[in-house]
Write a protein that binds this ligand. Structure first.
Ligand SMILES: Cc1cc2nc3c(=O)[nH]c(=O)nc-3n(C[C@H](O)[C@H](O)[C@H](O)COP(=O)(O)OP(=O)(O)OC[C@H]3O[C@@H](n4cnc5c(N)ncnc54)[C@H](O)[C@@H]3O)c2cc1C
Length: 383
């Protein structure tokens, strides 16, 4: 079957569906989302779904603040008949070294200047906020009560349903296998079943497969994918309000409303690739680190583990915008471990860029060209 579209979006995760909704809401013509599997079957459905405004770089603070403010009313905006389960229990970031404490001081000063309600808390206050945190080596923490968590599956469902109501076509089990240039700006997007969609604009929101999609369009994107794992415990009574994120341990740990703890830890030795199997070493590593800072969790049983992929750039910050050598080929990729929390702003900004509108935020520093110019972004607060 051959068809045409004004915009084709490759990937039906949180970013693809957010871009689709925002394009349609701004009156874009025919928008088609092509998803090779089911919606949210990629990184979005495998993520921790934590959202935080506590960043160390102005761009990330602005993107995250704008996104969290939108998450607060997203269900209503999208007319969602359900609950996105947005809980703002805060993020607590304990400091264990003077260097970290100084960094948190700088971060909080920046965040407060941008109206982010974070603050430094003393050791005593830290232990009052998370009483089961070990006092061992603890200096204090940074805390923002507006950070939180929401349900990633429902978020995608809400964006997708709202986009569909506005006329967006969403095709599941529609794997893109080729992007063939035509005369002028048009491209032929070819699917595995032989279908083709002709369009002037292709948006790459393929998450961990973004580099594969890039190659289809003749662009070697500086991104790779790597596995990150999550451990889940049995549900227990309420022990922890906010998400605890320790940069010293490369660890994040939260208790869901249901009572389970979910946690993850970064592994600098994780090879590049698309493996989403589980490893025993992760289980040992995360269990050792989390029980060091939350000893009470020694008593809690592990029930399962899952894995997903981070799509990484050389500076662990996203690539947003059009590829200058291939007009009409837009990227929203390379989000590392923070692409869920930025999706509301990503959706808006990509729609504005595609439609040639003035953007709500100047995101020119996030284009692909920064790697050619050697202008890597320095964000001190990534796990
Ligand atoms: C373990 C883990 C924990 C995380 N925790 C957090 C967190 O707490 N907070 C946060 O903000 N972020 C977190 N992240 C990161 C976050 O999950 C991602 O940045 C975000 O979900 C990316 O969304 P996306 O829509 O860009 O990509 P995805 O959700 O991966 O969607 C891409 C889609 O493209 C489809 N696709 C790929 N190739 C093709 C093709 N050829 N044709 C058609 N479709 C295709 C895939 O099937 C997939 O559904 C975490 C990630 C992992 C793995």
């Amino acid at each position: 079957m051959k068809s045409t579209a004004d915009v084709v979006i490759i990937g039906g995760g949180v970013n693809g569906t957010a871009v689709a909704y925002n394009l349609a809401a701004r009156g874009c013509g025919k928008v088609v989302v092509l998803e090779k599997n089911t919606l949210a079957s990629g990184s979005t459905g495998r993520c921790g779904a934590g959202v935080r405004m506590q960043w160390g770089m102005e761009m990330n603070c602005r993107l995250a603040k704008g996104s969290i403010e939108r998450f607060e009313t997203l269900g209503e905006e999208l007319g969602f008949d359900g609950d996105l389960e947005f809980k703002q229990g805060g993020y607590l970031m304990p400091a264990y070294t003077e260097r970290q404490w100084r960094q948190f001081k700088q971060n909080v000063a920046l965040q407060n200047r941008l109206d982010i309600p974070s603050r430094l808390v003393t050791r005593e206050e830290t232990l009052a906020i998370v009483p089961h945190l070990s006092p061992e080596g603890l200096l204090g923490a940074a805390f923002c009560p507006k950070d939180g968590h929401l349900n990633p599956f429902k978020t995608v469902q809400a964006y997708a349903e709202a986009a569909a109501r506005l006329g967006v076509t969403i095709r599941k089990f529609a794997a893109v296998t080729a992007i063939i240039p035509m005369t002028g700006l048009n491209k032929r997007v070819v699917l595995s079943n032989g279908d083709e969609v002709e369009t002037p604009i292709v948006v790459n929101t393929a998450g961990p497969y973004s580099q594969v999609v890039g190659r289809m369009a003749g662009v070697e994107l500086p991104v790779h994918s790597e596995r990150h794992q999550i451990l889940v415990t049995e549900p227990v009574g309420s022990l922890q309000g906010p998400m605890v994120m320790s940069f010293a341990h490369g660890l994040y740990c939260q208790q869901t409303p249901h009572g389970s703890f979910i946690m993850g830890v970064g592994d600098p030795h994780e090879p590049r690739g698309f493996d989403i199997g589980h490893s025993w070493s992760f289980l040992e590593d995360v269990a050792a680190k989390v029980t060091e800072i939350m000893p009470i969790l020694r008593e809690v049983r592990v029930v399962r583990q899952w894995s997903g992929l981070y799509n990484m750039t050389p500076d662990a910050q996203p690539i947003l915008g059009e590829v200058s050598e291939v007009p009409g080929f837009f990227q929203a990729i390379g989000f590392s471990g923070h692409g869920f929390m930025l999706a509301p702003m990503t959706g808006i900004l990509l729609a504005e860029l595609i439609l040639g509108l003035k953007t709500s935020l100047d995101v020119s520093m996030l284009t692909l060209d920064r790697f050619v110019r050697g202008e890597l972004i320095r964000e001190p607060s990534v796990v």
